[in-house]
Design a protein around this ligand. Structure first.
Ligand SMILES: C[S@@+](CC[C@H](N)C(=O)[O-])C[C@H]1O[C@@H](n2cnc3c(N)ncnc32)[C@H](O)[C@@H]1O
Length: 288
């Protein structure tokens, strides 16, 4: 559940700070790679924050503010050629507008509204492959707001890479243990995952051999045994149908150790994915 401070800013836990650290590391690597390409063929590269947020969220239970994703991008060196910050909230847009005074006004574009529409109708048509421009899009929703159609549209351009924070909890919360989801829930999941075959798989009744108590075997996949790691892999497998290179997912857990999000990179660049996997591996080693 999201919590807000007195100025309407997000109150974030340890895992969100870790997510921001991973983003920072990745943006630095992306910018280094792209900056080298600019000496060869690339004209410009951009950072697009589709869920830009409250700029400086507050750390939970502490009198401390943390730099949110737009600040992380603006402070990345070498700098991007331009930045798009999108958010649905008027209050957050006002806060984002103030960044223009602090940083270069001309390179920052701010849009209020649903990012799916803004990305598909405004951003994607402007950054075409022929224009020799590239961009990284950070997709960091609270829940299930990233539509598969948007991911597909971004992938089809072959100019956008995406760094996605996929809400595992958003999905598991919709899947009841006692009965398969109704049509509206299926539609909701289809909108986000682009496919619902996997739902039939997890709600299948057990087969005869699974009911045979004398046979010891691994339980097959079911709603009861559905692991968040499996779900995270399912999402990245779907991403592989759209992007040539996809990192493995890193699972982000909250203070009670529940898996809440899976962070991953889907890219057109093999090196970017290799670097991301290395960043994720180092992060996981620290936690073990
Ligand atoms: C998890 S917060 C983003 C945090 C930010 N990326 C960071 O790391 O500092 C999610 C943000 O998405 C915004 N939001 C929710 N639905 C949206 C939508 N459909 N399109 C764009 N922004 C949306 C919310 O107002 C909120 O600011």
């Amino acid at each position: 559940m999201s919590q807000f401070g007195s100025e309407g800013e997000d109150i974030i836990g340890r895992w969100s700070e870790e997510k921001l650290e991973l983003l920072t590391k990745y943006l630095k690597a992306y910018s280094d790679i792209m900056n080298k390409q600019k000496q060869k063929w690339l004209k410009a590269y951009y950072y697009i924050d589709a869920f830009a947020g409250s700029v400086q969220p507050k750390a939970k239970d502490e009198e401390r503010y943390v730099d949110g994703s737009p600040l992380r991008a603006l402070r990345t060196q070498p700098g991007f050629d331009g930045y798009w910050f999108i958010d649905v909230s008027q209050q957050r847009i006002e806060r984002l507008e103030r960044l223009r005074e602090e940083f270069n006004y001309n390179s920052i574009r701010i849009r209020q509204g649903d990012c799916n529409e803004i990305l598909r109708n405004e951003v994607i048509p402007q950054i075409t492959r022929n224009s020799k421009q590239r961009a990284i899009v950070f997709l960091d929703p609270y829940g299930l707001q990233v539509e598969w159609e948007t991911v597909k549209a971004l992938a089809n351009t072959r100019t956008f890479d995406i760094f996605v924070n996929f809400s595992l909890m958003g999905v598991t919360r919709l899947l009841r243990r006692d009965s398969p989801p109704e049509r509206t829930v299926r539609e909701q999941l289809n909108k986000v995952m682009g496919n619902t075959d996997w739902i039939d798989q997890i709600y299948q009744p057990p087969t005869y051999s699974q009911l045979n108590l004398f046979e010891e075997q691994q339980p097959s996949l079911s709603r009861d045994t559905l692991g968040t790691e499996w779900l995270a892999s399912l999402y990245t497998e779907h991403l592989r149908e759209l992007f040539p290179y996809v990192s493995r997912p890193v699972i982000m857990t909250n203070s009670t150790n529940a898996a809440i999000y899976a962070l991953c990179l889907a890219s057109h660049n093999q090196t970017a994915v290799k670097i991301t996997n290395d960043i994720f591996k180092r992060y996981e080693k620290l936690g073990s």
